[in-house]
Design a protein around this ligand. Structure first.
Ligand code: 5GP
Ligand code: MG
Length: 178
């Protein structure tokens, strides 16, 4: 099994790029069918979902817009339980169907907060599309409309996800070797 080192931690290959690609293709296929008449505004939650958002957007076949919001709830390898909004939503949201693009739903706090903020800002409907979901870690009642892959409750890096800023460039996903 392929292993990599990031700072002081070792990680082993967990999800190869080909599996990620397939999961995104299947999700895009559903979104293309479900949302084509809704003129949705896609919202990419930075930093983690930049790569997922870019790859998904290339497969969307109807006219749509994308906006970016920067949130952070993780420090090092654990969720702080609090979500800071670092860059706000600046697109006109009123009455729009918004599709939240998340890299991973862990405790569910980020998604819960983001959905709340988007509805408060005037979105008529918020649809959540997450590449990865850790069902065993999720403590919140969050409605996830599109899930790429369900994964165990391990700390992972790669494909946009980082360990203290490193590893986002990796095309595959790796999990921490304990
Ligand atoms: P939540 O608010 O659901 O606990 O966490 C959401 C955010 O925490 C994700 O968008 C992601 O940025 C970060 N996160 C959650 N699990 C992991 C993980 O296993 N690895 C990394 N690198 N980030 C994670
Ligand atoms: Mg994220």
């Amino acid at each position: 099994m392929k292993r990599i080192q990031l700072l002081d931690k070792e990680f082993s290959l967990s999800i190869p790029a080909s599996d990620i690609k397939r999961a995104i293709w299947l999700m895009a296929d559903k979104i293309n069918r479900d949302l084509k008449d809704k003129n949705p505004l896609m919202v990419c939650i930075l930093n983690g979902s930049f790569m997922f958002s870019a790859d998904l957007m290339k497969l969307i076949e109807f006219p749509c817009q994308i906006s970016f919001v920067k949130l952070a709830s993780y420090e090092g390898m654990g969720s702080t339980g609090k979500v800071k909004e670092l860059i706000g939503f600046n697109e006109e949201l009123k009455g729009r169907t918004v599709v939240l693009l998340e890299d991973i739903v862990d405790t569910g706090v980020t998604v819960e907060n983001s959905v709340k903020q988007l509805l408060q800002t005037g979105a008529s409907e918020v649809i959540v599309a997450t590449l990865l979901y850790k069902p065993d870690a999720c403590k919140r009642e969050v409605k996830l409309d599109y899930i790429g892959l369900e994964i165990p409750n391990d700390f992972i890096v790669g494909y946009g996800l980082d360990y203290d800023g490193y590893g986002r460039n990796l095309p595959d996903i790796y999990s921490l070797v304990k």
